[in-house]
Design a protein around this ligand. Structure first.
Ligand SMILES: [Fe+2]
Ligand SMILES: [Fe+2]
Length: 194
């Protein structure tokens, strides 16, 4: 844990480090609420963006070299969508790259942690509780501009409802900013509303 945190604080910009730390703290709080291992939630939370400031080529290289670390996720439609879409691959491969780095460089082998980190920007409905917690924490940690009721929701909603609430926030942010949402996330949201 200490080594991972040292790596993050020494390689990321102060702003991104603060986001990672805040994501870790939010994930730890939610882990307590939902009966998940708090230490693992914190670790996945702080590590989720650890490769975000590497070049795309460096991120690709990590996945090419150490992809065996996340081989257990192969065939997951979310991960396949992430890899096969050239536009979103660029934006989202930092998740799988961070999972590979955690596993290769820091010997983290817990599947829930690697899954949470690898899928934190795409998400799917079969994610483990921990992966949902990290997804939610990344989007709703207090340093983000978030809806006024986000903190209340974080402390009161059950995990399934909080996950839907978070995806709705993401869909809303993309619509508001005019940025395009990945087709996989858009489909996920419409499936969840059914
Ligand atoms: Fe990210
Ligand atoms: Fe993030």
């Amino acid at each position: 844990m200490l080594r991972v945190e040292t790596k993050i604080v020494t390689t990321l910009s102060p702003k991104r480090y603060a986001h990672c730390k805040s994501t870790g703290e939010t994930a730890a709080m939610l882990s307590d609420r939902f009966g998940v291992d708090r230490r693992a939630g914190y670790l996945a939370g702080i590590a989720h963006d650890m490769c975000r400031e590497l070049s795309f080529e460096e991120q690709e290289q990590l996945v090419d070299r150490y992809g065996a670390c996340i081989a257990f996720l192969r065939g997951r439609p979310s991960l396949e969508a992430l890899f096969s879409d050239t536009e979103y691959r660029k934006k989202m491969i930092h998740g799988p790259a961070a999972a590979c780095m955690l596993c290769h460089e820091f010997n983290v082998e817990e599947p829930d942690i690697l899954e949470a980190v690898a899928l934190h920007s795409i998400a799917d409905e079969t994610m483990s509780d921990m992966a949902k917690i990290v997804y939610i924490s990344d989007k709703l940690e207090p340093l983000r501009s978030r809806p006024q009721d986000a903190d209340e929701k974080l402390h009161t909603l059950d995990l399934a409802s909080l996950f839907v609430y978070t995806i709705a926030c993401v869909v809303h942010w993309f619509a508001e900013s005019g940025k395009s949402l990945s087709p996989f996330t858009a489909d996920l949201y419409s499936r969840m509303l059914k």
